[in-house]
Design a binder for this molecule. Sequence first.
Ligand code: ADP
Ligand code: NG1
Length: 456
Amino acid sequence: MATNPPKLKTKLAGNERLQNLKNTFEKKYGESPLFYAYAPGRVNLIGEHIDYCGYSVLPMAIEQNILTAVSVNSSGTIQLANMNPQFKDFTVSCLEDIAIDRDNPKWYYYFLCGVKAIQEKCGITLSGMSCVVDGTVPPSSGLSSSSALVCCAGLVTMEANQKSLSKLVLAEICAKCECYIGTEGGGMDQSISFLAEEGTAKLIEFQPLRATDVKLPDGAVFVISNCCKEMNKAASSHYNIRVVECRIATKMLAQARGLDPSKLLKLSEAQKELRASLEEMLALVDEVLHPEPYTREEICKVLHITSEQFTTELLSANTLHMTHFKLHQRAKHVYGEAARVLQFKAVCDSEPAESVQLLGDLMNQSHASCRDLYECSCPELDQLVGICLKSGAVGSRLTGAGWGGCAVSMVPNEKVESFLHAVREAYYLPDPRRAAMEKQSLFVTKPGGGAAVFLE
Ligand code: ADP
Ligand code: NG1
């Protein structure tokens, strides 16, 4: 259904975070906020690094979010401030096109991605705004702080300019606009940030974008644990390298089966064109792609393209340096992970007696695939996942982009207390830096609601 994000009445009394935000806003701008908006972060339960290949994913929104207080004015500028002093103030003209510097991914450029989404969609001259942002999603930790910020900014800009867009449209345009920061993301994070509903995880499908409820089993909870190593996607090329490898693998599979590779970009498109099952695609990968890394020369030869075409058509700005490409391993992960998402959903739907164990097994297989085939884990995450499993989790895996950030574990209800205690003892307390971060790094999470506007 094409519904808009909700507008809720809220009381400031008793809400310390909103009250603090309001006080800071008033001190800074000498007026009261007109409204507030928030957008949640998310934890992806299964389906890693497959959204940009066109495959469905299974996230849920978390309680941590980006919250913004806003007033509207005729200054011709957008003024941005942040409750966290690490994120410096920024002012930009809203009468011109919004420029985003992808070589320098400062926090306000993420906000401006959301602003730009509305400017482009509605084709309007934007109103001036004053904003103060307050975030509780740990940055660069796989819980989607960047997209929560982009989505919150999109919602703020829509509301400030009195436009009306559905959650689906907002999710689509924010996903497209976050790419201006330089990462070629797939749209999972923006979709769940707008389409989440309290109490349920969602299967997110793409083209067309759709979100379906997934009822999680009653016998277990999901626990997030941060390995305390950050990985900023836009400031590194890890993420886009994987996007590029998947794009090239698509073309190599297409070429081997007599399809026109120039027309296909995503591994799901190759599957669709070949009318094959995921199992058949896995067999095709084994048959067609070799496990040794491919060189540029070999790929150009197979695809009958020049080195210049290779650079302009296949690479992105921050992957121009790449010389070797692991196509077999990446494609194996993607088709295998896409199948695991469908199996996870099927178990949740059919609720067999051994649901928790079956889901845990799928999560463990997902982590192994991310670690060994997709190589998006890191020693800290592997250590943490190992500790979580030893501490009573039935399944544990990295969540989000990886190379740092968080793991998500499925823990039977009766073991939660002993699990938290054991992980604290084994992973956090022995290291003073981790110990200092433990409170915000290890917590039980439940499916939360999506982005909303608040009025006092
Ligand atoms: P994630 O996996 O959390 O989405 P990214 O590395 O993609 O991580 O993005 C993190 C960036 O998002 C930060 O470096 C910062 O620029 C921005 N960001 C995250 N949280 C906030 C916040 N509360 N306020 C301002 N900017 C934020
Ligand atoms: P995080 O971990 O939030 O940075 C990123 C991508 C997702 C998805 C996951 C891996 C963006 C904004 N987010 O999420 O689209 O590909 O990695 O599954 O690029």
